[in-house]
Design a protein around this ligand. Structure first.
Ligand code: FES
Ligand code: FES
Length: 161
């Protein structure tokens, strides 16, 4: 059996400790060891974006990192973006603009959009489309996802206002 290693990290503001094999992927560690199954695993090759999380503040694919590489990291998963039971403006906008169908890509879309709007709070539609190209959606044709991100950007600007 492979050696087990300690991993200590902060996820959604809460400290976690675990033990895993060196080969355990961060996406699997989040889902299987921490029961945070909102982070989805599609391709496991860094292509589809479904597994995207915020890693020390930046959108990162958790399927192409080992859990041990996240030792000491600060991670936000899709479970951490609503606050006190209130949906994040992005989640609210996805809901209002029908920005999802099966929902498989949605955690990745939300996290990528969150990181994108942090650096570009007033994007053009073309910029939103380019940012969202980091995540593959098989259902929606992207139209309503783009609308949702544009609407969320507007409401976040208003909130910061
Ligand atoms: S599961 Fe990580 S990019 Fe597809
Ligand atoms: S909503 Fe089904 S993959 Fe995007």
């Amino acid at each position: 059996m492979n050696k087990m290693l300690d991993v200590r990290l902060t996820v959604n503001g809460k400290a976690h400790e675990g033990r895993c094999e060196p080969r355990t992927l961060l996406a699997d560690f989040l889902r299987d060891d921490l029961s945070l199954t909102g982070t989805h695993v599609g391709c496991e090759h860094g292509v589809c974006g479904a597994c995207t999380i915020l890693f020390n503040g930046e959108a990162t694919r958790s399927c192409i990192m080992f859990a041990v590489q996240a030792d000491g990291a600060d991670i936000i998963t899709v479970e951490g973006i609503a606050k006190d039971g209130v949906l994040h403006p992005l989640q609210q906008a996805f809901h209002e603009h029908h920005g999802l169908q099966c929902g498989f890509c949605t955690p990745g879309m939300l996290i990528v959009a969150l990181d994108f709007l942090r650096v570009n709070p007033s994007p053009s539609e073309a910029e939103v489309r380019e940012a969202l190209s980091a995540v593959l959606c098989r259902c929606t044709g992207y139209q309503n996802i783009v609308k949702a991100v544009m609407a969320a950007a507007q409401s976040m600007r208003r909130d910061q206002g």
